[in-house]
Design a binder for this molecule. Structure first.
Ligand code: MG
Length: 270
């Protein structure tokens, strides 16, 4: 693998606010996607994956003996489309579904969905009332994007609270960037990290969670609980962590340096 393969990523270099810890071959890397690996776009479907990113991520995963997972609010099927042809260890829908091993089968953490017919009926009513809100049904969770109607943020939250309190199974409401998400309680990015860390290739490694949003806080806490680090991307609050990367471009620049760092003689297991 030559460095020039990642030139389109390295060219996007940014200045880091805080130098990340020294990379080790004993790391387990957990990467959020939107706002961390990829620049935020106006809709989830319009994000751009830099052409060399999948291969770079695959190279790093190889150097970590496979201990690299994507941890996102997106559904795993959607993540696989973005990172095709990779099928990395992945947690989707905020830990609602998980593929513990590369190339393995993705499974739901709970057999039944908490988004039942009653909840769906409430969501359909809401969508009819506010057609400018984009409703994204991911199966285990539903996202309500209000980017095109930001004035409806509070109105939307009130309605989602009403839906959540009348649901048969407990639901919680999570805020992301210009989006509210309705999802079951009982799993989050932290429970996903816990599950990955229970088995090889993650077991016994130092977890590093990289995320940009409050939705990453559970994952960050889990990484710290397992003796690792949480690295924040950008200006949004993540556990009051200092900013490690100014933006996704800085994360990609750092990732482009990682293969060399991990192959350096002094990067052996710490
Ligand atoms: Mg994010």
């Amino acid at each position: 693998m030559t460095t020039h393969a990642f030139i389109d990523i390295a060219a996007e270099s940014r200045t880091d606010a805080r130098v990340p810890p020294r990379a080790g071959r004993d790391w387990a890397l957990f990467l959020d996607i939107d706002g961390t690996l990829l620049d935020i776009a106006s809709t989830p479907g319009s994000v751009r994956v830099p052409p060399s990113l999948p291969r770079l991520v695959e190279t790093i995963a190889g150097l970590l003996d496979g201990a690299l997972a994507l941890v996102s609010g997106r559904a795993i099927a959607d993540i696989d489309r973005l990172f095709d042809p990779l099928a990395l260890p992945t947690a989707g829908q905020h830990g609602g579904e998980i593929r513990p091993r590369a190339g393995g089968v993705a499974r739901r953490v709970r057999a039944e969905s908490a988004i039942d017919d009653h909840v769906r009926a409430g969501i359909e009513r809401l969508a009819r009332q506010a057609p400018r809100i984009r409703v994204e049904d991911k199966g285990l969770s539903v996202a309500f994007h209000y980017r095109y109607a930001p004035q409806l943020r509070e109105w939307l939250h009130r309605h989602l609270e009403r839906i959540a309190t009348t649901a048969a199974s407990p639901l919680r409401i999570l805020e992301g960037r210009m989006v509210w998400e309705l999802l079951p309680v009982g799993h989050d990015k932290g429970t996903a990290v816990d599950e990955f860390m229970r088995a090889p290739p993650f077991l016994g490694r130092v977890p590093i969670f990289v995320g940009d949003d409050v939705t990453d806080e559970d994952g960050c806490l889990a990484a710290i609980r397992h003796g690792g680090h949480a690295l924040r991307v950008g200006p949004r609050r993540v556990l009051d962590r200092p900013i490690a990367f100014a933006d996704p471009g800085a994360v990609r620049h750092w990732l482009a340096q990682l293969p060399a760092m991990l192959l350096a003689p002094d990067a052996c297991r710490t």
